[in-house]
Design a protein around this ligand. Sequence first.
Ligand code: SAH
Length: 217
Amino acid sequence: MDIYTKQRMKMVDSQIRSRGIRDERLLKAMELIPRHIFVDEGLADQAYNDNPLPIGEGQTISQPYMVALMTEALELKGGEKVLEIGTGSGYQSAILSKLADRVFSIEKIASLAGRARSILDLLGCFNVLTRVGDGSYGWRGEAPFDGIIVTAGAPDIPMPILEQLTIGGSLVIPVGSLSSQTLLRLTRLSEDIEDVKREDLGGCRFVSLIGEYGWGS
Ligand code: SAH
């Protein structure tokens, strides 16, 4: 077993399983996906630490536990169509690619999107479709989605995104101020866009969602 595989197994045990994540498919995906190739070579030895890391352009790859918590909240079984807003490094997309049928991911910063795309190709994650743009509008041409995950903090729930959920589908999103947010899960219950179940999954701190339905461009 190479050093990174060892670190990865340890990460899943000590940071993910131990904190109550039980979805076996998710735990397997996290044991499988080489997180260290999603960060700069100079940071590879820190890739399995219990914290976010810089990925350039003032952005970060989320803490492994946050990726696990958000992904588990989508309750994926394998047949779903999922939207991610904020591709960043591509790590979260790669995890989703193992758990859903198709993944659509939007990133605002072209250089990050390009880098993420090459890593996803290298890993053979061909069920992930990526695009550069303002994800606060969602991805109307591909809607509706069974699950939507927003990996940047928003001041409010972007309505276009909520409208792109299937009935029964969930949106997982950090909402709050620029410096701290609450992770929310909103489950759409009917055609009526106001008819949603809202659950609080705890406090968090994300980089900002910059866009029309985010913090402004
Ligand atoms: N899921 C990522 C986390 C990246 S951090 C990972 O696994 O690495 C959040 C990302 O959201 C940043 O790359 C940032 O550029 C991007 N972002 C911010 N506002 C956005 C918007 N309106 N549309 C798309 N991406 C956005």
